[in-house]
Write a protein that binds this ligand. Sequence first.
Ligand code: ZN
Length: 562
Amino acid sequence: MSRRLLTGGTVWAGAACAPRSTWLLVDDDRVGAVGDETGTTPPPPADQLLDLSGCHVLPGFVDVHLHLSQAAWFPLGVDASGWRGLADALRAVRVTAAAAPDAPWLLFWSVARWRWPEGRLPTAGELDEAAPGRRVLVSTLDMHRGALSAAGLAATGLAERGGASKLGDDVTCDRRGRPTGELWEAAYGIALQRALADTIAHVGEAGVQAALQGEANRCLAYGITHAHDPYVSPEWHQRMLALHASTLLRLAWGTGSVAGMHSRAPGPAAAPDGSYGDSGREVKLFADGGDRCALRLPTRALVGLLGGAVAESWRLHATGPLREALRRRLVVRPRHLDAPYLRYTDTELASLVAEYANAGVRLRIHALGNLAGAQAARVLRGVGVPPGAATIDHLLLLDPATADHVASTGVPVSYQPGFLPRYGTMLKAARADRYVTVLGGRLLLRAGVPLALSSDHPCGSVDPLHNLRAAVERRLPGGQQLQPEQALTRTEAVRAATVNAATSLQAPGGGGLAPGQAADLVICDGDPFQEGTRVTQTWIGGKLAWQAPEATGGRPSTPTRR
Ligand SMILES: [Zn+2]
């Protein structure tokens, strides 16, 4: 048994995560005791003393929506977030093709195409001209839309008419019915899965474990003690088990279709048996898409949305934004306006939800727009799914009635305030914030929803401190606040990123830093809400899982094995 006393710092203590200047005793793998609010209780004897003057001790961050198995491959591709338009894209594709003649795929990530004057991604024809004969995948930042070269389309089975037509609207075709290279949702997911499978075959199993380890270590360095990957292909299940056995990071994941993340989940028979790491079996279902989210707005929003697109086109001196806005399907009814992008009918979703729930597989339902949120709530209630057996993810665009409907299910919601700095300007330019709440944390809390805070890395920033600040400050890159009334308090934000998140996974950490709880904790070199404060140590089950290189005298820290 080892008893280590952390003194001199501020401890965000208990299930309430209330900060107080006090000490904390780590007794082997658990929290042994915490000093009270008055700070007058004398600390108990210990084997080791850590002076944490000026530091803050928080419960370990539990990220319930972090695409670890996909983000692990980002370093093998090119970060395209800085591209300002098609010319940048095609130049980079040309350069990368020449630099990587053996790569099975040329992968480009995180395109913010809404900032481009063209608004659209390159076509297969344009990609072929830049990189003749190569398999190219260009992914948007939200990972719901992408572009493939002709060789990419062929490798993915989307070049033939049959392959593409099965996927309907998810494959954009020209007037003669030939795929243009633009893919959405399920088709994009299939292409991504194909590209990653070929890349994995190229690097070999040792390369796979190195990539996954690298991503796990990145999580630890940000103070994440538990990462939950919402979708791991059943074919990758064993690799996640191997990673789980080789890292201190708590790890859990959901399953889905072998075809790809956005494809329809095939039913519980296809879900791997046995352990899913540190939480129960889970499946991910998509009620709506990304760009194509299912949204209901008041009819008057039509003028606002169109005005927003015109203003963006004016600002960029290009027709791209307007053309993209006009491509969006909209159904105008007397009292409201629908973007009708639900992926399932209620009946289809209900039967799938019932099948998984009856098999004891927890559900994670992606619902970005309020129409999707309402459908998820309606279906969960209709099927009678108990609160602990499901989570709804995102609810990016929400209204009060839907929030109440979601609250009535009792299920937790995971939201991503870290999206505000990334997508907030775009949503504001589209004027969505005039008609619905954007990442309405306060709305959800007021409705009584158990709220977890997650990253959706790599679509959002992985850094929990960045995401906590975004939940509280709600600032756009220019410094302007978006719907400041939706802000959480600091303790609410910390609770959402730790205690509530752990509870939603029925994983260690649900009681916060309190006696008897697992000693999963994060030490920061200052106030976590102060810009510039960083994580210096990450502890899991009482073990030091990561520490900042400077804290070890400049030596790079090595991953700790279980
Ligand atoms: Zn996601």
